[in-house]
Design a protein around this ligand. Structure first.
Ligand code: SF4
Length: 128
């Protein structure tokens, strides 16, 4: 059944962090989306759904765009599409190739690209 009027978002995450289980369960993005916090605040008054979470394919991030293409095919088989791509905070905050990845995604996604997802980043490891 198709659901109309919903903003469908894709989250692009860091494969390295994901494979090392440094963000178990993608919980920070999912909780931020549930609470409509961080870059998901924009969906407070808009029906929105996450239709896919994919990773960049590993350093140096060049598989991000092909992975989006594969996701597009997969969503199409479900009669779905995406309206916006969120480049995860794991990438925007920590990836040395962040600028290249964001640029490549902006050039090819064909939909809005938002830099960031959650804001639950620990800014200081030690001290108060
Ligand atoms: S290219 Fe960046 S986002 Fe991708 S795995 Fe490496 S550090 Fe993570």
């Amino acid at each position: 059944m198709e659901v109309s009027g919903v903003r469908r978002m894709v989250i692009l995450k860091c494969q390295l962090m994901s494979s090392l289980n440094l963000c178990p369960g993608d919980a920070k993005c999912l909780v931020a989306f549930m609470r409509k916090e961080g870059e998901f605040e924009r969906y407070r008054s808009v029906p929105a759904a996450i239709v896919g979470i994919i990773d960049c394919g590993g350093c140096d991030g060049t598989r991000a765009v092909p992975s989006l293409g594969l996701l597009k095919m997969h969503l199409a088989s479900l009669k779905e599409d995406a309206d916006v791509v969120h480049v995860g905070t794991c990438i925007t905050k920590f990836c040395p190739r962040k600028d290249d990845i964001v640029k490549a995604v902006r050039e090819r996604a064909g939909v809005e690209v938002v830099e960031g997802t959650h804001k639950y980043v620990v800014e200081r490891i030690f001290g108060k």
